[in-house]
Design a protein around this ligand. Structure first.
Ligand code: RIB
Ligand code: CA
Length: 310
């Protein structure tokens, strides 16, 4: 059994980010060194408050830092249709004292990495903070084991025909990460669309009957309802936890190396991740791309993670 992996989670809670936080905080698998937040699903103040609420409700005491208020180049696009005005509609958290780190997100990433070795950086929102950290202090690369990001896709987008939300909010940040020379793993819509929340899954969550399951059950009810109303679908993809689940049970997600680039021209495919599945370009295979998921194993990881809080 590998020793506990050191991780930093950068996120934009967001309902699916909240479940990623839950999985990332499991002390039997991970040493969650820090949580940093970015603007994405909602504005930075809302995503930061949401991250703080979830982490503290679950008893995670790691430092939490607010990150960039805007993407590197673009104006911010949020996603209230899925996550609500608060960014995490559906559960009333206690009133915490919001003692965020005095550092901003990029600086907390830098400090945490320089103080540690062999750290996995997981991003489940736009990659603005990680990109800024890499530009501010390139030496952090020596401290990163790998980057695992939820974003992009090998097929069609979810906020434009070409692009997935996290990448389209900040394509230039994704470009910096993909061209960083780091080991990068991409968990895109092509697999996360198979991690589907439905009423049966929510019933299994609620049957666990602990503090975590009450929070997750209430949040997933709203997450599912919003997507039924917005997209007319019957099941909702729970994107972000797939990143963490892929580390807990490596057989849950299959990765293959490809050349991946992101379109930062300002045409109709802006923000698209171009995965060279047939190696047309004969370029460096700079990214391990998730190409399949065992959905049953994924849900077992999520349910087992919730049971940890008994
Ligand atoms: O496209 C899905 C991604 O966008 C997820 O990370 C979700 O939380 C939103 O940020
Ligand atoms: Ca997210």
């Amino acid at each position: 059994m590998e020793k506990r992996r050191k991780i930093i989670l950068d996120c934009d809670p967001g309902h699916d980010d909240a479940i990623a936080i839950l999985l990332a905080g499991q002390i039997r698998y991970f040493d969650l060194l820090a949580i940093t937040t970015c603007a994405g699903n909602q504005t930075i103040d809302k995503t930061s408050r949401n991250a703080f609420n979830v982490a503290r409700y679950l008893g995670f005491g790691c430092p939490i830092a607010k990150g960039a208020t805007l993407p590197l180049v673009q104006e911010l696009t949020t996603c209230p249709s899925v996550h609500g005005e608060s960014g995490l509609d559906g559960f009333d958290f206690p009133n915490y004292k919001y003692d965020f780190s005095p550092l901003n997100g990029a600086d907390l990433i830098i400090k945490t990495l320089l103080d540690n070795e062999d750290v996995t950086v997981v991003t489940t929102g736009p990659m603005t903070n990680l990109a800024l950290a890499l530009r501010l202090e390139p030496k952090i690369k020596e401290h990163i084991r790998e980057v695992i990001f939820m974003g992009g896709t090998t097929d069609y987008g979810n906020v434009s025909p070409a692009a997935e939300f996290n990448i389209l909010v900040d394509p230039e940040a994704c470009y910096i990460v993909l061209h960083s020379g780091l080991k990068v793993k991409m968990v895109g819509l092509n697999v996360t669309r198979k991690a589907l929340v439905n009423k049966e899954i929510i019933a299994k969550v609620r049957a666990i009957g602990n503090t975590a399951s009450r929070m997750v059950g209430d949040l997933l009810d709203v997450f599912l309802e919003n997507q039924i109303k917005t997209f007319g679908i019957k099941e909702a993809p729970l994107h972000d936890p797939v990143t963490i689940a892929s580390m807990i049970d490596e057989s849950c997600v299959t990765f293959k190396p490809y050349n991946v680039d992101v379109d930062i021209s300002h045409g109709p495919s802006y923000g698209r991740t171009n995965v060279d599945m047939f190696d047309y370009l004969k370029q460096e295979k700079n990214c391990f791309v998730a190409i399949d998921i065992d959905s049953e194993k994924f849900w077992n990881v999520v349910l087992d993670g919730i049971k940890e809080f008994n």
